[in-house]
Design a binder for this molecule. Sequence first.
Ligand SMILES: NC(=O)C1=CN([C@@H]2O[C@H](COP(=O)(O)OP(=O)(O)OC[C@H]3O[C@@H](n4cnc5c(N)ncnc54)[C@H](O)[C@@H]3O)[C@@H](O)[C@H]2O)C=CC1
Ligand SMILES: O=C(O)C1=N[C@H](C(=O)O)C[C@H](O)C1
Length: 252
Amino acid sequence: MSNKLPVAVLGATGRMGSEAVQAVEAAPDMELVAALGRKDPLQTLVSAGAQYVVDLTVPDSTEANVRFAVEHGMHAVVGTTGWDAGRLERLDALLAGHPETGVLIAPNFALGSVLASAFAAKAARYFESVEIVELHHPNKVDAPSGTAVRTAELMAAVRAEAGIPASPDATTKELPGARGADVDGIRVHSVRLRGLVAHQEVLLGGEGEQLTIRHDSYDRASFMPGVLLGLREVAAHPGLTVGLDGYLNLNA
Ligand SMILES: NC(=O)C1=CN([C@@H]2O[C@H](COP(=O)(O)OP(=O)(O)OC[C@H]3O[C@@H](n4cnc5c(N)ncnc54)[C@H](O)[C@@H]3O)[C@@H](O)[C@H]2O)C=CC1
Ligand SMILES: O=C(O)C1=N[C@H](C(=O)O)C[C@H](O)C1
């Protein structure tokens, strides 16, 4: 019997899924047992003997996919966006009945992006003004990006705990959308531009100074070390983990 992790990839023909298929196939400690597209039945995961599922599909599909995996005792590593508070709550409740199963919801698998968000959270309490600009390829269906939402949430939590007031903003007359989306009180601006992959700038402004924390993914290969790390760690972290930082000791 093989000691390799039996992995299935959902969304296998997509931009990220096809990259993940190659990464799993190349990993010496993993075996790709299934690669499913939109029309393939989830039951294939069971017949293929998958114990680990990577979900890189679309926001409308991901919750049902992950629920199926958990209900069948499979660990799940999820990169798909769309996991709002309600979905996370429902998943947490489901996992309570499957105490040995782990799920990682990772808004971004790129290690540099995870670090950039952590740095932004660290810096958030020291600046009067904070805004986020995320920039992506024009085929992306969701805005703002999951990474930007997560970064804003982390920064907003730190600012709330430190008692920092809202960023100053005198705007009273606005073309709808001109000031971006409001995520927990932080403005997030989304750019969609041919030629881009995935990029983010966190802007922090204080009296007479600015700190910019920028991360760029130029290639989807940048996400693959994080996908493989997630697969190697997920079984050791039963329950729900949000953010790859949950598997990294960033305070060391
Ligand atoms: N966490 C991370 O680091 C990253 C996350 N993403 C996210 O991953 C998701 C996928 O992104 P892309 O690959 O660019 O999109 P894509 O549109 O290229 O691929 C999605 C694929 O999933 C398929 N699909 C839809 N429903 C399915 C189902 N029920 N079962 C199996 N396959 C299904 C589609 O047919 C498509 O081939 C998005 O939510 C995106 O935001 C993208 C890049 C990095
Ligand atoms: O759709 C993408 O491409 C990406 N999606 C994720 C997100 O919404 O944050 C991760 C990365 O930004 C690429």
